[in-house]
Ligand binder design. Structure first.
Ligand code: ACO
Length: 401
């Protein structure tokens, strides 16, 4: 590859050296610090996995206790943040609310000491502790209720589910939710992590880093796909409609993607989707089935037939929504829940970036003109022959009537 070859979406271009996560897209392998995700899902907890990702090793019993206690201690939100949230429109998307709240933390904790390990640890703890409280508080407030105070006697995941419903969750539900957080905690240089790294590389504060990543995760091609999957399953409506739905959609001139399918790296079924599907089944066994699951199974089979040859299989977002739905989490909180988990990976990459920082400043291939003469306003025509993007002028005019 020549130094100047342009790769849309930076496909295949290494953006950093990292020891945090590893993905093998052909074999469907995901590791955090060298440990397979399936093993962590079976044996670890989200708080322990977060420690592993950020500090690079499995903590001792004492270290884990200390870390969990610190997070527990910092769960509450300042009343000014709660007051700010009360002014948010209840119709706003929870990801927008979360991005605003994450950024607002920078106003309250404005000291920036990126070379001080105590500052790094405090920021890590604060973000891990407060992001779930923010998500739950917005959920309560948009329904006209006061936020539920976090409970110190509950672990990380149980406490979040408690703050959402003011009900102590069933232990299996809390355990499954905790595994979901582990599965979503890290995934190398995806769009939101890259966004976090670019922001981190300017040496700004960690709250700006996380706010930037939350905004990036929100899009439907990234974390926002989990919410869209449920809308798609709803639109399909029944198992016998699946084949026709897929075929009709594939024949459309303006091709639309199938949400929850495909991945830049995985060309097989995403290993996280495999575990999430098992978790969904465990929940259905205990709490009853879900009509959408049968549609999802059929959709996976039809898609394998139609697009499997192109390496398009379910990604992490395909089954996560079904798990969250069974846990009673509203669809527009699926992506904020993803963010709660991914804060771990973002913070790990933030810390790694600080250890070997150089500001991101890629290059571009200029495709515009040179030496263009400035035309005075009164001499400009309304329909210039040459436009930077064909059709853009017409589209712009159509919006102003
Ligand atoms: N449905 C139908 N076709 C697809 C899909 C899909 N979900 N994904 C990829 N393709 C096709 C494209 O149409 C394209 O076909 P072509 O070569 O004939 O034009 C080919 O596969 C390559 O697709 P790209 O969009 O170029 O692949 P890219 O690596 O850029 O995108 C992405 C990956 C964004 C995840 C894509 O697969 C997609 O849009 N999926 C749906 C959204 C989604 O589920 N996002 C969540 C991803 S996981 C995460 O971010 C947490």
């Amino acid at each position: 590859m020549s130094a100047c070859e342009y790769r849309p979406g930076l496909e295949g271009i290494p953006a950093k050296e990292s020891g945090i996560g590893f993905v093998d897209g052909k074999q469907g392998i995901l590791e955090y610090r060298g440990i397979r995700i399936e093993e962590l899902a079976a044996k670890s907890s989200f708080v322990e996995t977060t420690f592993l990702l950020i500090w690079g090793y499995l903590p001792t019993f004492e270290e884990l206790e200390a870390f969990a206690t610190e997070i527990q201690y910092h769960r509450r939100l300042k009343y000014r943040i709660r007051d700010m949230m009360k002014c948010f429109p209840e119709t706003g998307h929870p990801m927008d609310a979360l991005q605003s709240c994450a950024a607002a933390l920078g106003l309250f904790y404005s000291r920036r000491a990126l070379d001080d390990p105590a500052y790094i640890r405090a920021a890590v703890v604060r973000l891990l502790a407060k992001i779930p409280t923010m998500v739950a508080a917005f959920q309560m407030m948009r329904q006209g209720n006061d936020p539920i105070r976090p409970r110190d006697d509950l672990d990380y995941s149980s406490n979040f589910l408690y703050m959402l419903n003011e009900q102590i969750p069933d232990p299996l539900a809390a355990q499954i939710f905790d595994i979901c957080l582990m599965l979503h905690a890290e995934h190398t240089i995806n769009a939101s992590t890259f966004s976090a790294m670019v922001t981190a590389s300017t040496l700004t504060d960690p709250y700006a880093v996380i706010a930037s990543a939350v905004g990036t995760l929100a899009g439907p091609l990234h974390g926002g796909a989990n919410e869209e999957v449920l809308l798609m399953l709803k639109e399909i409506g029944s198992v016998d409609r699946v084949e026709a739905y897929v075929d009709e959609r594939m024949q459309q001139k303006q091709k639309q993607k199938f949400m929850g399918f495909g991945h830049r790296v995985y060309k097989v079924k995403d290993p996280r989707a495999v575990v999430l599907q098992q978790l969904a089944e465990q929940l259905f066994d205990k709490f009853g089935g879900d009509e959408y699951y049968d549609i999802a199974l059929k959709l996976e089979a039809v898609m394998a037939d139609r697009l499997g040859g192109k390496g398009i299989y379910p990604n992490v977002d395909f089954y996560s929504g079904l798990v969250y739905r069974k846990l009673g989490i509203p669809a527009d909180l699926f992506t904020p829940v993803f963010a709660i988990a991914r804060v771990a990976g973002w913070l790990a990459h933030w810390k790694e970036q600080l250890n070997a920082n150089r500001i991101f400043r890629p290059t571009q291939i200029y495709t515009g003109d040179h030496e263009i003469t400035y035309i005075p306003l009164e001499k400009r025509t309304t329909t210039p022959e040459k436009r930077a993007v064909p059709g853009d002028y017409e589209r712009y005019r159509s919006t102003i009537g």
